[in-house]
Design a protein around this ligand. Structure first.
Ligand SMILES: [Zn+2]
Length: 299
């Protein structure tokens, strides 16, 4: 629903003009010290298994290009812990940045799960030995709990993205609170079979796009999300892949905006993203960057 995603397409503007923004991106980033091993044992084993049992054609060109790589890969970064006391993060939402080092990026994927694209996205991530965070729409999670369980089993993070991705700009504050709560509940039940309300603040929540919130989230909405036990998960850079424009176009758009670290937003359910994601990961690896895994606290 592109009309409700206008603010998802916005990107962090860290400089005042496009030229200086481009200069922020070094051709080669310095090596980054690994503070902890990125892929966990189960994660690595699944990655190896998939490379053996899945024919290359199953994931198409995207997997074929990197299927021979070993885990952990050069792209696999550390796990970054989000402080449970954090109210939110992400420059586009005017929230504080995550504690990332230069060359560290977080891959986030909104709007799933979607049986047409989520499995292929997971294959791409596994072929690179990296983990992403999926921001799931509650009603999609209800329809496809098996995909939610696969995401969790393979070591990716999950957050919620409202229950029905309605335009929050047209909802009352009570309606917004209900959408947030019902979305978290549906995602937890799909993933873990139960919803423990006392587990707070232990969840990530990303607001669905709405032009009514640009350019920043109203503080009371952040408070509503925090009150529901959620950390507001914003982002820093978007290729606006929700436009489903040619992947080369989305790729150029992202690179023009990409700072030296931050959270990148992709979308599930978009065919172009299946081509775009490997292009972006190739570019990050070429620069010596790392994709880090997000965890809340010690989780
Ligand atoms: Zn969305």
């Amino acid at each position: 629903m592109p009309s409700s995603r206008l603010d998802e397409g916005m990107n962090a503007v860290r400089t005042t003009d496009g030229t200086s923004r481009m200069r922020e991106v070094p051709a080669e980033l310095p090596p980054i010290a690994r503070e902890s091993e990125a892929p966990r044992g189960r994660f690595r084993r699944i990655g190896r298994m998939r490379r053996v049992i899945r024919p290359l054609a199953a994931a198409g060109f995207a997997l074929a290009a990197t299927a021979a790589s070993a885990c952990p890969s050069a792209l696999a970064g550390r796990t970054v812990a989000v402080d449970p006391a954090t109210h939110g993060f992400g420059a586009v939402q005017k929230q504080p940045p995550l504690p990332l080092q230069p060359g560290e990026y977080v891959v986030t994927i909104d709007d799933g799960p979607n049986p047409k694209t989520t499995p292929a996205l997971l294959d791409i991530l596994r072929s690179r030995c990296i983990a992403a965070t999926f921001f799931l729409v509650g009603r999609n999670a209800e329809r496809h709990p098996e995909l939610v369980r696969r995401i969790v089993a393979e070591g990716d993070g999950i957050g919620s993205h409202s229950f029905s991705h309605r335009d929050f700009g047209k909802l009352s504050r009570d309606g917004i609170a209900e959408e947030i709560w019902a979305g978290m509940r549906a995602v937890d039940i799909a993933a873990f079979g139960a919803f423990d309300e006392s587990r707070r603040p232990r969840r990530l929540f990303r607001f669905p796009g709405s032009p009514g919130f640009a350019p920043a989230l109203p503080p009371d909405l952040v408070a509503i999300a925090n009150g529901a036990g959620a950390i507001v998960a914003g982002y820093d850079f978007s290729p606006e892949d929700w436009r489903n424009s040619p992947p080369e176009e989305s790729f150029r758009r992202l690179l023009a905006r990409l700072g030296d670290r931050g959270v990148i937003l992709f979308h599930d359910g978009q065919s172009n993203t299946l081509e775009l994601l490997p292009m972006v990961l190739d570019e990050l690896e070429r620069r010596g960057a790392r994709v880090v895994r997000l965890a809340i606290g010690d989780g």
